[in-house]
Design a protein around this ligand. Structure first.
Ligand SMILES: C[S@@+](CC[C@H](N)C(=O)[O-])C[C@H]1O[C@@H](n2cnc3c(N)ncnc32)[C@H](O)[C@@H]1O
Length: 281
């Protein structure tokens, strides 16, 4: 295939530029990229360099510095965040949600809709799994859900609720039938989450390094598989912010590969990677 006009050789990433890129990602997203991540950084940023017709990472850093709109910074962070996710990831948490957390919250919620926050939700599989879990309970609770991420690219996908058939193929057939519409014609090979599930979820860009969404505190917060990319000082900052957003008696889920052991907080461990704020907290 002819490739005239394009230089497909990867651009070299020197130590100084690597250090600058790592520092910028850490400041803006909290994510630590060690020098061992050099090949990953090159793989992910070379598309930006090609798109902008730049021949060095130094020039790219200059573009980022000069970009007052913040658009290139968004693309930069989009490229460097890891968005891997899937439906019913770490499914014990969804079992715990239906069997224990919701019944427990209902004893004290006086019948109001539950307030959920799925922070760092990536392309939506996690908030939709929460919504499916709640909808499939014998007596489904009313709820509202905020789903947020730093990356606007994944939030767009999440809000669309459209997935490739291979992304939903592992789901039980009855779940697929109840909660997805199968695409036909041009949409063949795609599945869309039902409008009934989509309607309860609001998507918003939120950087966990900042203040958080504010407003009414949440009964349940999911914040999973993102703190693994943070060092302890950033984890501490994020956990303190999340704890502040939990209602007394509210629950926080982190991932099974994360633990809150190295940060200080006032939450009580209730199950692997699941914590509760004391009722008088
Ligand atoms: C690996 S995904 C996890 C998705 C989902 N929570 C799960 O467990 O499957 C990590 C997500 O964290 C987001 N992220 C990274 N840094 C963030 C930050 N500072 N604020 C908000 N989201 C962030 C990324 O954009 C990415 O979508």
């Amino acid at each position: 295939m002819a490739t005239a006009g394009y230089n497909l050789e990867p651009v070299l990433l020197g130590d100084r530029e690597l250090a600058q890129i790592s520092a910028l990602v850490r400041t803006k997203a909290g994510i630590t990229l060690t020098p061992a991540k050099r090949p990953l950084i090159i793989a992910r940023l070379q598309k930006r360099l090609r798109r902008l017709k730049l021949s060095s990472y130094g020039d790219y850093m200059k573009v980022l510095e000069a970009d007052t709109s913040g658009e290139e910074l968004t693309s930069f962070l989009d490229a460097l965040t890891t968005n891997h996710t899937y439906f019913f990831r770490e499914e014990q948490h969804f079992e715990l949600l239906a069997a224990t957390v919701v019944p427990e919250l209902r004893r004290t919620d006086h019948g109001r809709p539950l307030r959920m926050w799925c922070a760092a939700c990536s392309s939506g599989q996690e908030p939709y799994t929460i919504a499916m879990t709640l909808a499939d309970m014998t007596d489904p609770p009313a709820f509202t859900m905020l789903a947020s991420d730093l990356s606007t690219r994944v939030l767009e996908k999440a809000a669309s609720g459209v997935y490739r058939m291979e992304d939903v193929r592992g789901l039980p057939l009855d779940v697929l039938r109840r909660h997805f519409e199968r695409g036909v014609g041009e949409q063949d090979g795609l599945a869309r989450v039902s409008a009934a599930l989509r309607r309860n979820i609001t998507y918003r860009q939120i950087n966990l390094l900042e203040q958080g969404p504010g407003g009414q505190p949440f009964d349940v917060i999911f914040c999973r598989n993102v703190m693994i990319y943070f060092e302890t000082d950033v984890q501490q900052r994020v956990v303190t912010m999340l704890e502040r957003h939990l209602a007394p008696g509210g629950y926080l889920f982190v991932s099974h590969s994360e633990s809150l052991n190295s940060v200080s907080h006032g939450l009580k461990w209730i199950a692997p990677a699941a914590y509760r704020k004391p009722l008088n907290g």
